[in-house]
Design a protein around this ligand. Structure first.
Ligand SMILES: [Zn+2]
Length: 394
């Protein structure tokens, strides 16, 4: 396998984390990538997802000053006609701004000074992909059609991938470079997530004068909550009520409480069952105190479950072995762009880029993992060519 240029990879990663790109402010990052990808022989298109997203959020005020971008779709024509077109994806946005980031390397680990996030989620994934594109170019490695997709607004709910026109993609399968684990862990399963809101309507009354005329929405919420099992329900199911709001004054019987929560499971029946249990808990609680409630659910993304008999998993495994790693298939409790691509009929796994403690100021990534993520991608490109029956030049 061709060598990964560690210094170039790390330098480019450090250069990219200096570009501040919180969700919906990816303009500078997109411009940087357009330039890099063009020099690496890719044709790059940008879609209108950024503008569409701001419009769906219903507020275009200041849109001219918000430095938003669209998703980037970059294509490089294959040198091996018979090889399947492959998708590689990563997201350009970071969960929050990392303006003023001071990144340094100690003992082979890249981290910040503890004041900002690093941005390895997901710039580590982007760095690995660009390094591979450069290795392919400078060594004239044989490859099939490559589709690199860099999405916007992943961190605010997979919005870029959602708005991307997936029908335009030619890839038969894909690899998303956005998992926290080490590069040998191939994420082949992820839950479906349903978010819900519960509105409890009670009746206001003076707490000291005529409390018996009131119906406490807080009491109803309390009864209901005491019957809801939260946390990890089983190996593939979790429940969380993460927000509760209600009440105004201590001397008013509270007439309105709102709760928001989520259920995730890789098993759709269990998912419906947990939703039904929560609904029943609040129905009984409201009946007990004479309150009324409404519950609304919304599917945020749908899950996927791939196995070792799926081609995309086999290719990831073969690529990992070529890179000298021992691959493992694992599930992950979170959603990612991988969910969206799978739902659109493009089987995809999520690959580890080694970023840890992402979404915190302790976020870090090891140089070794960055290098291995690049080797894994190289291994995948090579595997796809081999599977097409072509000779790989080593
Ligand atoms: Zn991410």
């Amino acid at each position: 396998m061709a060598d990964v240029n560690e210094k170039r990879l790390v330098d480019r990663f450090l250069q990219m984390v200096q570009i501040d790109s919180p969700s919906s402010h990816e303009r500078e990052m997109a411009d940087y990538l357009k330039k890099e990808l063009a020099s690496l022989g890719f044709e790059v298109a940008e879609d209108d997802a950024g503008r569409d997203l701001l419009q769906t959020l219903g507020d275009m005020r200041g849109a001219e000053t918000i430095r938003f971008a669209g998703n980037l779709i970059a294509r490089k024509k294959g040198t091996v006609q018979e090889a399947s077109p492959v998708l590689f994806a990563a997201h350009m946005d970071t969960v929050v701004s990392n303006k003023g980031v001071k990144a340094s390397i100690q003992d082979g680990v890249i981290r910040t000074d503890g004041r900002t996030i690093l941005g390895a989620d997901d710039k580590a994934g982007i760095a690995a992909l660009l390094e591979v594109a450069q290795i392919i170019q400078e060594n004239r490695l044989p490859h099939g059609d490559l589709e690199f997709v860099f999405t916007i607004a992943e961190e605010t709910g997979l919005n870029g991938a959602r708005l991307l026109d997936k029908k335009n993609l030619r890839a038969k399968f894909g690899f998303v470079m956005d998992s926290g684990g080490p590069p040998n862990v191939v994420i082949g399963a992820s839950p479906t997530e349903i978010d819900f809101s519960i509105k409890i309507y009670g009746k206001a009354a003076h707490s000291g004068v005529n409390p018996e005329d009131g119906v406490s929405a807080i009491a109803a919420a309390g009864h209901g909550l005491s019957k809801v099992q939260m946390g990890r329900i089983d190996e593939e199911t979790t429940v969380n009520i993460g927000v509760i709001k209600g009440g105004e004054k201590t001397n008013i019987v509270c007439d309105y409480v709102e709760l928001w929560g989520e259920v995730r499971s890789r098993n759709k029946e269990k998912l419906s069952w947990e939703i039904a249990k929560i609904q029943t808990a609040f129905a009984m609680a409201c009946e007990k105190v004479g309150a009324r409630f409404e519950m609304e659910e919304q599917q945020i993304y749908s899950g996927f479950q791939l196995t070792e008999s799926d081609e995309v998993v086999q290719i990831a495994f073969e690529g990992a072995r070529k890179a000298g790693m021992n691959p493992q298939l694992a599930p992950r409790g979170g959603g990612s762009d991988t969910n969206i691509f799978n739902a659109a009929g493009i089987p995809c796994v999520n690959l580890g880029v080694g970023a840890s403690k992402d979404h915190t100021v302790e976020e870090s990534v090891s140089v070794k993992d960055l290098v291995q993520a690049s080797q894994l991608v190289l291994g995948i490109v090579e595997t796809v060519v081999e599977r097409a029956g072509a000779e790989v030049h080593r």
